[in-house]
Design a protein around this ligand. Structure first.
Ligand code: CA2
Length: 151
């Protein structure tokens, strides 16, 4: 089985996971989520790289770098930038790397301003509302997509 390279990107404030607002975002930490993705990657033949930033430009830089890093697919929780960022959208479109948009919460049953995503129509898929499990569902889906749509 070919090893595929996956970049897991986490947007602003997700470094706080597990420490505040457990009602919306659960008690699992970002380190726990990253470790789970790495463990799953081991069994699926995926090399997982993780990156979190509170800064839009750093996330754009990391998406651009994904091309030279030969990343095959991206799992991204853009957090608040989901609803605002033309820059992240442009970066993802420029790379042409398939990506899955992930949310811990179901953004469609929250405030109106969270219902709009700047990225979702460019995404291969979207998973929302399953807490930390959203990430593992996204990784499973991305793995299946890449393995059936690539040689
Ligand atoms: O549900 C999600 O995953 C979100 O992407 C999370 C973002 C929110 O702006 C999106 O609308 C939906 C917020 C992430 C903030 O994370 C925190 C974690 C712990 C404590 C405080 C914030």
């Amino acid at each position: 089985m070919k090893t595929l390279r996956i970049l897991a990107l986490h947007g602003p404030n997700l470094n706080l996971l597990g420490t505040r607002e457990p009602g919306h975002y659960g008690t699992t930490t970002l380190a726990d989520i990253n470790q789970k993705l790495i463990d799953m990657g081991d069994s699926l033949g995926l090399e997982i790289t993780t990156f979190q930033s509170n800064h839009e430009g750093e996330l754009v830089d990391r998406i651009q770098q994904a091309v030279s890093d030969h990343i095959d697919g991206i799992v991204i929780n853009p957090a608040a930038y989901t609803h605002t960022s033309v820059a992240l959208r442009d970066a993802l479109l420029a790379t042409s790397i398939p990506f899955i948009e992930v949310h811990l919460s179901n953004i469609h049953r929250r405030e109106e301003f969270r219902h709009r995503s700047m990225l979702v129509d460019a995404a291969t898929g979207v998973v929302a509302g399953f807490g930390a499990t959203s990430y593992t569902l996204a990784l499973t889906g991305l793995n299946d997509f890449l393995r059936t749509n690539q040689q």
